[in-house]
Design a protein around this ligand. Structure first.
Ligand SMILES: NC(=O)c1ccc[n+]([C@@H]2O[C@H](COP(=O)([O-])OP(=O)(O)OC[C@H]3O[C@@H](n4cnc5c(N)ncnc54)[C@H](OP(=O)(O)O)[C@@H]3O)[C@@H](O)[C@H]2O)c1
Length: 307
């Protein structure tokens, strides 16, 4: 099931939302979808950056249709407003939950959760939940969650999601990316049990040169340029997400990543390996309940009978 850029089917008539679309992999995902004819809502927290991205996307491409959707994933009020606005769209066919923050100094979202858990997982859980009715009404809409190789070896520390008992930047990043996969698979199970037409999938970009290293200082800059040369560009890193969003053969619960160099890079994408922990249905169900409690938003999907 190897997938290349040339395999992306025509997306005319479709509407997609991409979070964190102003830069990095999110920008490349938005570009890939827009160039194939989709109308793309750039769900970003900074209006200037979003507008600049819209200009870059439009440059030289008459057909490109984009909108700015204000969204700060750390803030539940902003998430509610964005979901409300997005629900006014005629239809939503694709939601790519891509935005992310990596290894910042200890910080917390206004709701109290540690920032990486709050933005990378909880905000996307809430946004997706609020949009679920709209996504289901529009047929086989796809929800794609952006995970990472960093999910491997990670765990969820339910007693310390606010980092009051200690903080490790790398550990909390891995935790948030594991949460992305647990959510994807649990969402898939619950959607199927409810006979929902909505499809839940995941992807990861390998290791790609983007602004993700912004909290890593000088080391981050050097590492970033090395990555762009040796491993993936942000464009190549976008391919697994584009496969999850558009491959006609993709199914609910699929997880895609780059096909080369132990999933770190490659110009084609295909099935990726999820850790055993990421596939643990009991852990996923517990995370689901905790996410409902912390966000105050319940997608209203019952657990699958076997969970
Ligand atoms: N690059 C890699 O090697 C790599 C590897 C594995 C996984 N990933 C994942 O890929 C995704 C995209 O990362 P990237 O590498 O493209 O990084 P990036 O260049 O730093 O882009 C991150 C995007 O997320 C947005 N964002 C951050 N906090 C947000 C918030 N509170 N609300 C809304 N948007 C927010 C950023 O907006 P601002 O510009 O306004 O901050 C930016 O648009 C992330 O989920 C990351 O974990 C990346």
């Amino acid at each position: 099931m190897s997938f290349a850029f040339s395999d992306i089917p025509d997306q005319s008539g479709k509407t997609a939302i991409v979070t964190g679309a102003n830069t990095g992999i999110g920008f490349a995902i938005a570009e890939g979808l827009a160039r194939k004819g989709a109308r793309v809502l750039l769900a970003c927290r900074d209006a200037d950056k979003a507008r600049e991205a819209q200009e870059r996307l439009a440059a030289g491409h008459e057909r490109v249709a984009t909108e700015f959707l204000p969204l700060d994933l750390a803030n539940i009020a902003s998430i509610r407003e964005a979901a409300e606005r997005a629900s006014q769209e005629d239809r939503i066919d694709i939601l790519v939950n891509n935005a992310g923050v990596m290894m910042p100094p200890l910080s917390r979202a206004p709701g109290g959760s540690e920032l990486q858990f709050a933005v990378n997982h909880l905000g996307h859980f809430a946004f997706t939940s609020l949009l679920l009715g709209k996504l289901a009404a529009d047929g086989r809409a796809r929800v794609v969650n952006q995970s990472s190789l960093a999910h491997r070896g990670a765990a969820i520390d339910f007693d310390n999601l606010d980092a009051r008992k200690g903080y490790g930047r790398t550990k909390f990043y891995g935790q948030s990316k594991l949460a992305n996969l647990l959510f994807t698979f649990e969402f898939d199970r619950r959607l199927r049990a409810a006979n929902s037409p909505v499809v839940s999938l995941a992807c990861h970009p390998g290791i790609a040169q983007t602004e993700i290293t912004r909290h890593m200082g000088v080391f981050g800059n050097v590492f970033g340029s090395l990555v762009g040369t040796v491993l993936n560009t942000s464009e190549a890193g976008a391919l697994p997400a584009l496969q999850a969003a558009t491959d006609p053969e993709a199914q609910g619960g699929d997880y895609f990543g780059p096909y080369g160099l132990r999933e770190m890079s490659g110009r084609t994408s295909g099935r990726a390996i999820a850790s055993k922990t990421a596939q643990d249905p009991l852990l996923a169900a517990r995370l689901w309940e905790k996410s409902v409690e912390l966000s105050g938003i319940d997608p209203g999907l019952a657990p699958a009978p076997s969970a």
